[in-house]
Structures are given as structure tokens and as C-alpha cells.
Write a protein that binds this ligand. Structure first.
Ligand code: NAG
Ligand code: NAG
Length: 381
């Protein structure tokens, strides 16, 4: 009698197969044994799943196990599900989206501007003349593509890099599941990659492909720290001004204007309430809305006072056009992101937030107090 044991492995994390199978005993004259492997459906649709079956050496070293490994593929039977990008996506700066020729520079996107995941089915893809027809034949609709982003902190002084981790931190003004990744998620030296899953016009999902890793430039940025000769060198300033009756749009209100310099990757937070848990404060969760009623943490639809720092407009009336490519593209960056960044003058590297409050709002909503001399005191943090 010979006793063998086997085990089952799978390299795909999301996929589950039972990982050990019982010892197999071959009695004299026996030629075959059937071992059942239970495969559990994980609900994630893939074109192809694979697992391997390994045969361990016979403990007594009697059996000659020549073939010790078999790879088992399970193919998707529905051919419509053959929805896979013909080649890997690329990460590049949104600044260079139109500039296919700048491939070498694209390896180091500048800090302080979003990066974009360009799939092989995006007409801006460098080899789209070759990949485009495959996308059409697989009926991939690139506007339905599902994106994920992975980042890692800049390498340490000894060049040691940390592992890539999925960005799962959502904020009230941007998401990490879009075609672009906002620059608050990275800094100079960060490593970034995107993963894109193709979807066809029937809504069927295919395999996910990951881009090569790019490193955010250490030399180039929109508003690097200590940029010489910019208005961005001005310190934080907050002004309160009573509009009076002359202001036709906002009569008899207190105008609050807050300006501060911008540095790549920075996120300015203005509130009349103390900021405690930063993650919770920025999350799309409702506690932010309840706690910070006079802040720039409210999207315009969440504002309960007459006016708020974030308004419905996505482009500042003072800005004539885009100072950088796709700066005001709602399809690529999302409207809530644009509403927030409307307050940033990217050329001057300066944030300016403005809002108008009624005296009673300052007291009831913003946590203002009446001082001993009858003045209203309000603090912004
Ligand atoms: C792709 O999907 C979008 C969003 O559902 C839809 O508006 C568009 O018409 C689709 N395009 C094609 C070519 O099917
Ligand atoms: C984004 O805003 C623009 C302009 O205000 C509007 O035309 C567009 O429909 C908005 N898009 C979405 C997805 O809400």
C-alpha cells in the first residue's frame, strides 16, 4: 500500500478552494483515485479562475510521483464575458493626458495635480490605433470602467519602498474609485498605480488589469513647498467685513474671507468647531455635516445656513479659462471635487474661501458668543 497526500492552492486572493484534500491510499493493483475538490463561488466575475493541485512525496519514498503539480483552469462559459483590456493601463498626470508623446515624462507625474488612469480602450492611449478595434469587438464601454488606486509612501533614504496599498479613504469631495486620483492622496516621491476592470455595454465585468507603478516627481510640482516669488508665501489671513446695504447680492451680512497659501497635497480645512478626528471629519459620513455647519467641509447641498464656503459653481467667475489641462473637467474629476477646488487659485498657489453669515447664524449655527463689550466673537480653526 502506498499513501499519498495532496493539497490545493490558488494564487488569486479572492477565490476560495478547499486547501487540503485527504490522504490517498493506493492498495495493491489500484490504478486510479478520484479526489473531490470543492470550489466555492466568491461572487466576483472573472474570465478565468485557476488553482493548482499538488501531490506531496510519498512519506515512505516508495512511490515515484513524477507529475506533482497540475494547474486547473475554470473558464467563463459565457463568451460575452471576455471583457478584458487588450493591454495594461497607464498612470499619467492629467496635465499630460493629451500629450501622448510625453511618455518619458509621464513616468514622473508632477506633484499637486491629479493623475489619470488611461486604459487601452481610451482614445488617448498611446497604442489606441492598435487596441481600439479590439475594444470595439469586445464591446468594451470605457465610460463604465471600474477603477481602483494603489499608493505607497515615498521610499525611505535607504531606497526601501513600502508595499502598495489600496486607497480606501473616501472624502466628502473626492473618491478613490474614479478615473482620476486627486492630488491630496499623494506627495512628491509617492508611488502610484491604478487597476482597471473593463465592463462591456451589457454591463458584464471582465478581468482587472493593473498599471505599471509610477513615481510622483520630486522636482516638478504645481505649488512646491517654498516656491519662490509667488503670492503663496503669504501667511494665513481671515477677514470679517459687514456688507451693509450697498451689497446688492449679499446685503447686511458678515462676509468672511479666508486666504492661505497652497502647497501640493495640502487640504485646507476651515471650521468654527474644533477638528478632532481628521478621518471622520473628511469622510462623506453625516457627523461632519452635523458638527461643522460653518465650515468648508460642507458640499453646497449640505449647507444649512443661507450661504456656505462651497457653492454650486464649479468654476470661479474670475478664472477665464483653465490654467491647466482638464482643470474644470467634471467628467474626469467629478463635480464635488471641482466645487472644492474652485476656491484654489492654482497659478498663485492661494486658497480663498468666502462665505456670508447673518449675525444670528454666527450665534446659533457657528458657535459664536457675545463678548463682554457686546461684540460677537467667532473663531475659525
Ligand atoms: C457607454 O455607457 C454610457 C453610460 O452608461 C452611455 O451613456 C453610452 O451611451 C455607452 N456607449 C456605448 C457606445 O454604448
Ligand atoms: C456637473 O456640473 C455641470 C455644470 O454645473 C453640469 O452640467 C453637469 O451635469 C454636472 N454633472 C453631474 C454628473 O452632476
Amino acid at each position: 500500500m502506498i499513501s499519498l497526500s495532496c493539497f490545493v492552492c490558488n494564487s488569486l486572493v479572492a477565490f476560495k478552494a478547499v486547501c487540503v484534500c485527504p490522504d490517498i491510499e493506493f492498495k495493491q493493483g489500484e490504478k486510479r483515485h478520484v479526489v473531490e475538490v470543492e470550489v466555492l463561488f466568491d461572487g466576483i466575475r472573472k474570465m478565468r479562475e485557476a488553482f493548482t493541485v499538488h501531490l506531496k512525496p510519498d512519506e515512505n519514498m516508495v512511490a515515484e510521483t513524477q507529475v506533482t503539480k497540475a494547474i486547473v483552469y475554470i473558464e467563463e462559459s459565457n463568451s460575452m464575458a471576455d471583457v478584458t483590456f487588450p493591454s495594461l493601463p497607464n498612470v499619467m498626470s492629467l496635465l499630460h493626458y493629451d500629450d501622448v508623446a510625453r511618455k518619458a515624462d509621464n513616468l514622473y507625474p508632477p506633484a499637486g495635480y491629479p493623475v489619470i488612469c488611461v486604459t487601452a480602450c481610451d482614445p488617448k492611449y498611446p497604442d489606441y490605433d492598435k487596441t481600439g478595434s479590439i475594444c470595439v469587438s469586445e464591446r468594451i464601454n470605457n465610460t463604465l470602467t471600474r477603477y481602483r488606486w494603489l499608493i505607497s509612501a515615498p521610499a525611505g533614504p535607504n531606497g526601501v519602498t513600502s508595499p502598495m496599498k489600496e486607497v480606501d479613504f473616501e472624502t466628502f469631495f473626492t473618491s478613490a474609485k474614479m478615473i482620476t486620483l486627486d492630488s491630496v492622496y499623494f506627495q512628491a516621491g509617492s508611488r502610484v498605480r491604478c487597476a482597471a476592470r473593463a465592463v462591456n455595454s451589457n454591463g458584464e465585468e471582465g478581468l482587472e488589469l493593473s498599471s505599471p507603478i509610477v513615481t510622483i516627481s520630486q522636482e516638478e510640482g504645481m505649488c512646491p513647498p517654498h516656491k519662490m516669488g509667488t503670492v503663496g508665501a503669504e501667511p494665513f489671513s481671515a477677514k470679517l467685513h459687514y456688507t451693509g446695504t450697498d451689497d446688492l447680492k449679499h446685503p447686511n451680512l458678515i462676509k468672511v474671507t479666508i486666504t492661505m497659501p497652497h502647497i501640493d497635497g495640502m487640504l485646507p480645512v476651515i471650521s468654527t468647531r474644533p477638528l478632532t478626528n481628521f478621518d471622520l471629519t473628511l469622510s462623506p459620513d453625516g457627523t461632519r455635516v452635523g458638527n461643522h455647519r460653518c465650515s468648508n467641509l460642507l458640499d453646497f447641498s449640505e449647507v444649512t445656513t443661507g450661504h456656505g464656503f462651497i457653492t454650486a459653481s464649479i468654476q470661479s467667475p474670475e478664472s477665464i479659462g483653465e490654467s491647466a489641462p482638464y482643470q474644470f473637467s467634471s467628467s474626469l474629476r467629478g463635480n464635488s471635487t471641482l466645487r472644492f477646488y474652485k476656491n484654489l487659485n492654482l497659478e498663485a498657489c492661494l486658497w480663498e474661501f468666502r462665505s456670508y453669515y447673518h449675525m444670528s447664524e454666527l450665534l446659533t449655527d457657528c458657535g459664536g458668543t457675545i463678548g463682554t463689550n457686546g461684540q460677537v466673537c467667532i473663531a475659525f480653526v
